[in-house]
Design a protein around this ligand. Sequence first.
Ligand SMILES: CC(C)(COP(=O)(O)OP(=O)(O)OC[C@H]1O[C@@H](n2cnc3c(N)ncnc32)[C@H](O)[C@@H]1OP(=O)(O)O)[C@@H](O)C(=O)NCCC(=O)NCCS
Length: 205
Amino acid sequence: MTVSNRRSIHRLSPSSDVSIFSGIAELHKNAISEGYLASFDVDFLAHVYVAISANSDSFCYYVMADDRPIGFIAGSTSSARLMRDFALSARGNVLRALIPALVERFQPVRLLELVRHMLTGGAATSGEILNFAVSRGSERMGIGTELFATAVEEFRDRGSDEIEIVTGDRQLAAQRFYENIGARRTDTLQIHRGVTSLRYIYDIS
Ligand SMILES: CC(C)(COP(=O)(O)OP(=O)(O)OC[C@H]1O[C@@H](n2cnc3c(N)ncnc32)[C@H](O)[C@@H]1OP(=O)(O)O)[C@@H](O)C(=O)NCCC(=O)NCCS
């Protein structure tokens, strides 16, 4: 799939090059400061994207330019099953990265809060944006729009009629982006105590 002559869009798969997983993990770490996953290091996040690429309910697309990913979008029709599969397959490097983070005082609470949100949120027919970011310096060039349109097609193919998006109340660029594409802001929620998130719904027509 081609976005422009210089950029191309690809689907992440378990056989993608290891540099792609770490590139996406770095983008995530640099662009998304809020949320539980942002507290983990790039190695751990790379394992999360391996799990997303291998999970049949989930997907990730990324844009390449000059041999590196400069944007990505990850979505799922069942983040609960994704999390369950990730937990069951966690071993070796993943556990080595997870356990030190979990023993820090606040982390188990935040993990439980995230699990509760994933198990209780979303209608049966909805898809969910898991993460979405474009690298600093590549913003406002239409890359986010291309990625989001690709995710909409994927969700449509999977039978979803709406997409749930939860973003931090300080992620102003994301809020402008979702408002620009016509997503409805439905409510605010507190997945983590003291941190406000905004929920948007995008109708797939
Ligand atoms: C949200 C994000 C992915 C958008 O990517 P992008 O490639 O810059 O988006 P686009 O260039 O396709 O922007 C499309 C439109 O969205 C709106 N928009 C995007 N960023 C904006 C900003 N910083 N300020 C105001 N409007 C903005 C504009 O209407 C823009 O159209 P225009 O540039 O023609 O005016 C990017 O800003 C980002 O990575 N943000 C940080 C991570 C994040 O918050 N992710 C969301 C997690 S759910």
